[in-house]
Design a protein around this ligand. Structure first.
Ligand code: ADP
Length: 232
């Protein structure tokens, strides 16, 4: 067995399910198994209300399954306290959202460097790593631009640099091209493909079949239940 084979999957859900409490509980995610190995590119599709966001919240440690087990990098995250969960999320998961969520009064460079702020990395190194991350997404020439001066595609590149600068175990993208025109969306998908080729593990949630095709595997969520198709 090689060192790579010996690594645990990035994601392992074992009969994980989530029911929202309430006067009328909602069974948003039915018991499901899902394994995502290091370096895989998975897309998640399904109609509105199917449970995609619930799955994203579970995978992203924003919510805990109410049944079953979730192992992240082989670690059972079920019993973690909120502070531990938040710390783990900051270290292991990079988020990319449809609406970018950049800090408007900080430059591209500062937005990316801030993602490393709570890791005890000296400022000089934070800046250097942020520069490298922005270079990787093709924005070496826009380091000091404010988000208001950047196009939608450039903002999403900054967001991807921010999400990936800390070398997370998982890049979790929620409709990453939802706010972009077709050609800009294509360039963002090419960028995700490039990151995938460097070995990054990527999960993209989308309702767009073109985006879904970029995954090696596609998980379909319907009425809280998951089914899978593998692309050949
Ligand atoms: P999708 O992202 O695929 O549109 P969601 O995961 O947002 O679907 O929702 C799945 C189901 O869970 C829906 O029936 C939705 O109404 C319900 N739901 C989502 N969030 C909550 C919540 N906080 N409390 C109760 N029900 C919720």
């Amino acid at each position: 067995m090689t060192g790579r084979d010996a690594q645990p999957p990035v994601i392992e859900l074992r009969q994980a399910a989530l029911t929202y409490p309430g006067p009328a509980p909602v069974r948003a995610l039915l018991p499901c198994d899902l394994t995502i190995q290091r370096g895989e590119f998975i897309t998640v599709v399904g109609p509105s209300g199917a449970g995609k966001s619930t799955l994203l919240n579970v995978l992203g440690l924003l919510d805990s399954p109410t049944e079953g087990v979730y192992l992240l990098d082989g670690m059972d995250v079920g019993g973690l306290r909120d502070a531990e969960r938040t710390a783990l999320r900051g270290q292991r998961i990079g988020f990319v959202f449809q609406s970018f969520h950049l800090m408007p009064h900080r430059s591209a460079l500062e937005n990316v460097a801030l993602a490393l702020a709570y890791r005890g990395i000296p400022r000089r190194e934070r800046m250097s790593r942020a520069r490298q991350a922005l270079d990787r997404v093709g924005l070496a020439h826009r380091l000091h631009a404010m988000p208001t001066k950047l196009s939608g595609g450039e903002c999403q590149r900054v967001a991807i640099a921010r999400a990936s600068v800390g070398s997370p175990s998982l890049l979790l993208c929620d409709e990453p091209t939802g706010n972009l025109d077709t050609s800009t969306a294509d360039s963002i998908l090419c960028l995700l493909d490039e990151l995938h080729r460097t070995g990054m593990t990527i999960v993209v949630i989308t309702h767009d079949p073109v985006v879904a095709e970029h995954g090696e595997r596609t998980v379909t969520v319907r009425d809280g239940a998951m089914s899978e198709s593998v692309r050949v």
